[in-house]
Structure formats: structure tokens, C-alpha cells
Write a protein that binds this ligand. Sequence first.
Ligand SMILES: Nc1ncnc2c1ncn2[C@@H]1O[C@H](COP(=O)(O)OP(=O)(O)O)[C@@H](O)[C@H]1O
Ligand SMILES: [Mg+2]
Length: 365
Amino acid sequence: MQQPELYIGLMSGTSLDGIDAALVDLGQTQPRLLAKYYLPFDDTLKSDLLALHLPDHNELHHAQLTGNRLARLYAVAVNTLLDNATTSNAKIEAIGCHGQTIRHCPEQGYTLQIGNAALLAELTGITVVSDFRSRDIAAGGQGAPLVPALHDYALRHPGIHRVIVNIGGISNLTNLSPDTATSGFDCGPGNLLMDAWCMRHLGKPYDDNGTWAVSGQALPALLEQMLDESFFALPPPKSTGRDLFNMAWLQDKLQGNERVEDVQATLLELTCRTIAQAIQKHCAGSTEIYLCGGGARNQALCNCLIGLLPGSSVQTTDALGVDSDYLEAIAFAWLAQQTLRGKPANLPQVTGAKHPCVLGAIYRN
Ligand SMILES: Nc1ncnc2c1ncn2[C@@H]1O[C@H](COP(=O)(O)OP(=O)(O)O)[C@@H](O)[C@H]1O
Ligand SMILES: [Mg+2]
């Protein structure tokens, strides 16, 4: 065993569900998850974050104050993680903190993740690396997805064509073909539209196991209309977020007389169809599909994907020994290590950047 090199990855994604915190040993040939902790957001923080996605009065001030609240919560997640693992902060090389995206507009030259990394460094006494996406966008890229680089490092097989599908608020895939360079892109909405519809009609943050969706029937005409969205036909590199896929996008497609459970069934089908089409179009010849992110816990969604991908095995990344709930947090721990080592970590063929870049901003301790 080599010397341990401990990093913490903090991920809070577009689902706005909460913080995934991972304590990872990156001193070994493969990242080793030593401890994990999940801290859910309360309803007020979630709705404040949701509001910041849209223009509003004095939004700059509100974004900064919400960033400070996030930093304090990130610090709670870090300290709890370290307490649970009886590990001192002095042992941690750095925290890789993704932050919370409130705008993602690469075509306009920016993306914005809040979470006051300076305050997090102050509260934890640990070096913090954050703002991973901006440098890639400055170099002409989408700034997303960034996790394919870690998939390439940790999950590639020399003789088997694998695809890793991360189903968070947005879904993205990584194509790991033995014959070509790693590619990857955002496929479209993962859970975020299903979550929003479920909250509106059932008052619950998500449709547990897709049970509600299964009680309805997908509406073919509505599905076709949704699939007409030009984002789905765009060639990679491409990335997306709540800026495009939101309640207004969904509302625009509805007549108003649909049964609400049928709309949920249609949204689940949309998530699965757009992933399956992306695999068929861009990952031809792949035989092993590995799911991760919260959507991999949705049994109805997994069953639907299995049905759409005959000829491929569909499992979670747990089958490869990597915790499917914490893969993204592990990725941001790894990205922080690349930053501290001065190593470029974007894959230009994935993000569209003109060149490899060292990502992130460092707040030292
Ligand atoms: N048991 C479950 N059934 C259905 N959906 C689930 C389940 N567990 C988690 N999810 C979905 O996963 C989402 C969180 O996934 P996550 O990977 O954290 O996304 P993000 O990276 O966008 O935060 C939840 O909002 C929910 O939609
Ligand atoms: Mg999450």
C-alpha cells in the first residue's frame, strides 16, 4: 500500500437535494472511498437556490448571502465526515468543492457556482479548490461535463466498451471505448423535471422508485413533442441545466388536460429515451452500461433503460466497486488533486475547450 493522500469531494448538483461528501484516498492506484456523508438541504434553502436560477430584485446580494449559507453547510458536511472517520483536518490535502450551480451559460461565456470557497477554507482549516468549470469555458469549452476525466482514469477497461451514465438532475454519459479517446456529454434532463412535477402534485421531492410514474402511462404525442427539443439533436460537445430544462419548458408542452401521473410517466420515458438514444447514436458497439447518481436508485427508471438497451448489460457502478451515489463527489476530490498537482483535468474532446487546462481556483490553508 502506498502513502495515503486524503482528499474530500463535495458535490451538490442540479437536483438541489443536498450535499454528497466523500473522504477519498487518492494515494493508491485507484481512488478509495474511506467515508461518505449526505447532508440534505432544507426546503427553504432549496427554494432560495431555485429562485436564484431566475432574474430577480437584488439577486447579487441574495446569491452572496446564500453562498455563505452553503459554505457553512459544506463545513458541517466536512466536519461530520471527518468526525465519523475519526480523521483530523490536518490530514486532508484539499477539499474539491463543486459549489451550487445557479446559472450555466457557456454560450455566453460563463457558468456560476456559488458556495463561498474562501469561507469554507476559513471554517475548515483545509485548502479548498473550487470553480472548476470557468477555466474550461474561458478556453472555449462547455465547462461540463467534467466527471468523464475521472471515469476515464478509474473505470476504463482495455478490452470492453463501457458507458458510464450519471443520472443526477441532468443526465450525462461517458463513452469508454477501447478503440477511441474518451468522449462524453450531457444527454438531457435526468431527474429534475420528474422531481419538479412530483413536488407540484404530490408535495414530495422525488417519485420514490418511480412508483407514481408506473401508475400512469406515457403519452406518445407529448413525448414526441418533448423529444423535438433541439438540444437532443445537437452534436456533442454539449451541456445543459435548469436554464433550459425547467417547469416553464414542461408547461409549454402541456395541453392542461393530461392526467398528472401520465405526465410523470412521460417524463420518466423522456429521461430514458434521451439516454438510450445518446448511447445508440454515440456509443455504438458498447456492451456494458453502468449507472450512477440518484436516478440509479429509481427502479422503474432502471427497468425502462434495460428495456430500451437490449444487448447491453445495465448495472450500477457498484458492480465495478465504485459507490454509485458518491462517484461525482469522488470525482471532485480527484479533480482537486489534479489542480494541486498542476495537471490539466478537462478533456477537450468532451468539453470542446481549445486545449487542456488546469482547472479550479485554490484557497490555501
Ligand atoms: N429511491 C429513489 N427513487 C427515485 N429517485 C431517486 C431515489 N433516490 C434518489 N433519487 C433521485 O436522485 C436525485 C438526486 O440525485 P443526485 O445524483 O444527487 O443528483 P445531483 O447530482 O443533480 O444532485 C433526487 O432528486 C431524486 O430525483
Ligand atoms: Mg445531489
